[in-house]
Ligand binder design. Structure first.
Ligand code: NAP
Length: 330
């Protein structure tokens, strides 16, 4: 049983606790908050055994094996590095760092400490993404030439951390990272050039972002992220022999299952077939895969190289958005 401690009584951590409850591989053993009362309320609501009154105290706790880090993006690197230095494995919320430099420092710290560090993308642990990857690897749509992925919603909480530039806010880092990670995983290569079209919010973060990613193979991806549109989570993957559509839920559950639809044909009127995939709780699948990883098994999520490539791509998209010019990646 992997004993996880949570750094911060974040909203997403509530869903994480709900998801892993009842697992025989993972347990949430403690939650830490900057405010004792907040940690206590969280522990009471979610059935977590211990509430801890500071992040430091959680890292000093010998009965915690691993930390789940759902802090604002700007704090991912500092607290994940401190957790690694305290000998804890780290499952850190996406995006791993606000930039590639931080991500490199995080992996270096984990390597020095001999602990595992992984980027939390529940969707990569979900059966529909395994199905999608198996279909593509098995040649169901031939070589992938283009991918379009969009992830947006209406962010109507004015004080949300996502609007705060100093906390690593912005649509690209918050939800664009899903579309960039999907392109990295499906195309199995990092982009060589990106060009971005931003829509900036008054707070200085990107309210919406659209970017084109070019790749050495000739494959291209168009990725979109937004805080200012109707709920939208969708990907279209087009190969030489067929097309896959998926509604690309970032964390599935029985109420919000994901779907994968396949059309394997050049005919314009060929129907799409629904490819079945189990609807499991994405947080549970992710946390159990992380426990396997800590125990020496496989990890279902982004590899270290993929996480680094995703971070460098996000940096390049933001650089392109600021300069108005395309940006080359080495
Ligand atoms: N995987 C997913 O599907 C998914 C979904 C949503 C969010 N996320 C990620 O999860 C992370 C948290 O998102 P969220 O929406 O859950 O955020 P949130 O509710 O605002 O929680 C962030 C927590 O960070 C702590 N914190 C420490 N310093 C802070 C500061 N200066 N300002 C604000 N909070 C501070 C707070 O905990 P205490 O006050 O208790 O210390 C707060 O509860 C982000 O990295 C986000 O990208 C992932």
């Amino acid at each position: 049983m992997l004993r996880i401690g949570i750094l911060g009584a974040a909203r997403i951590a509530r869903q994480f606790c709900d998801g892993v409850r009842g697992s025989d591989k993972v347990t949430v053993a403690a939650v830490a908050s900057r405010e004792a009362g907040k940690a206590e309320a969280f522990a009471r609501d979610l059935g977590v055994a211990r509430a801890v009154a500071s992040y430091e105290a959680l890292l000093d706790d010998a009965d915690i094996d691993a930390v789940y880090n759902p802090l604002p993006n700007s704090l991912h690197a500092a607290w994940s590095i401190r957790a690694a230095e305290a000998g804890k494995h780290v499952l850190c919320e996406k995006p791993l760092g606000p930039g590639a430099e931080e991500v490199r420092a995080m992996f270096a710290a984990a390597a020095r400490a001999g602990v595992k560090l992984a980027e939390a993308y529940p969707y990569l642990a979900q059966p529909h993404v395994r199905t999608l990857r198996d279909l593509i690897a098995g040649g169901a749509i031939g070589a992938v030439r283009q991918l379009y992925a969009s992830f947006g919603f209406m962010l109507d909480r004015p004080r949300d951390i996502r609007w705060d530039a100093s906390l690593g806010g912005g649509a690209l880092l918050d939800v664009g990272c899903y579309t960039v990670s999907l392109a990295r995983v499906v195309l199995d290569e990092r982009p060589t050039r990106v060009a971005a079209a931003p829509d900036w919010a008054e707070s200085g973060v990107d309210r919406s972002m659209v970017a084109t990613l070019e790749h050495k193979s000739g494959a291209a991806a168009q990725v979109a992220a937004s805080f200012a549109m109707a709920h939208q989570r969708f990907a279209l993957i087009v190969g030489e022999e067929g097309v896959i559509e998926t509604n690309f839920w970032n964390h599935t559950s029985a109420e919000f299952p994901a779907s994968v639809r396949l059309r394997k044909s050049h005919a314009p009127n060929a129907p799409f077939a629904l490819v079945p995939a189990d609807a499991v709780n994405g947080f549970r699948a992710e946390a159990e895969s992380f426990a396997d990883y800590v125990a020496g098994g496989a990890w279902s999520g982004a590899t270290q190289q993929q996480s680094l490539d995703i971070a460098e791509t996000l940096d390049a998209i933001l650089a392109s958005a600021r300069s108005g010019a395309g940006v080359l990646l080495a």
